[in-house]
Write a protein that binds this ligand. Structure first.
Ligand SMILES: O=C(O)CCC(=O)C(=O)O
Length: 234
């Protein structure tokens, strides 16, 4: 089964070892600086000004995988950092879905890059198949009998259908649990923080592909779709 078939069926798929260890180490350093400087609240307005995080959105393996889902209509719609550690006063779970628009197609995908192993510090948990359910999670803070833990190693990327019910689990260790969240979707979705200018660093020397990812360049000028595979209709 391919990753995109698993994403379609279960609502998630893991890409083991997607980011090499030397890049993970550089990302950790950049993460720690931003996390401290911006008081634990970091989004694309800061991330897209930093070379390590600009390089990450051009990641060829991730973009190739997402292209099998979205064709040439791919856009980055949100970008953020998370780090839950033992110092946080957290509940066992925090069930949610990222977007509420449920249909029988993948409209948006959250790619979670893990910068630390999560087997001990708290794997992401998910309810397989819940990306097709119309209702939101009923109980926010409790573990569920139908949840599946998705332990990851540093450098793995988890692709989540944005409507999947998922949650962090509580980090009971003293180790960091650093995640980079990259949300992708069709170019016709509105980008988050679209009311703020994109950092100039992300636009300088940007490839046509990156400009399209950032919503600056249109995928094409013709509105019409003519044949299978044309315009993301995979
Ligand atoms: O921490 C996790 O494992 C999941 C994070 C997440 O889903 C979120 O912050 O939206």
């Amino acid at each position: 089964m391919t990753l995109s078939e698993q994403l379609e069926r279960d609502g998630y798929a893991l890409m083991p070892g997607a980011v090499p260890y030397d890049q993970v180490r550089r990302l950790r350093t950049a993460f720690d600086l931003l996390w401290k400087r911006h008081d634990r609240s970091v989004d694309q307005r800061q991330l897209l000004a930093v070379p390590e995080f600009i390089e990450l959105i051009d990641h060829p393996r991730l973009l190739d995988e997402l292209t099998t889902v979205f064709g040439d209509q791919l856009q980055l719609i949100m970008y953020a950092l998370r780090n839950h550690d033992a110092g946080d006063d957290l509940r066992e779970r925090d069930w949610h879905r990222d977007f509420s628009f449920v249909c029988d197609r993948v409209i948006a995908v959250n790619a979670i890059l893990y910068l630390d192993d999560t087997a001990d510090s708290g794997p992401t948990v998910a309810v397989p198949g819940s990306h097709r359910w119309r209702t939101p999670p009923a109980e926010r803070f409790e573990p569920r009998s139908d949840e599946v833990p998705l332990p990851a190693k540093a450098g793995d990327i988890l692709l989540n259908d944005a409507t999947l019910w998922h949650s962090r689990s509580r980090n009971k260790t003293l180790s960091p649990r650093r995640l980079v969240l990259l949300y992708f979707g069709y170019w016709w979705l509105k980008r988050y923080e679209h009311d703020s200018p994109l950092p100039r660093q992300a636009l300088e020397s940007a490839s046509a592909r990156r400009l399209q990812l950032l919503g600056v360049r249109m995928p094409g000028r013709d509105l019409h779709l003519y044949e299978l595979g044309d315009g993301g209709d995979q």
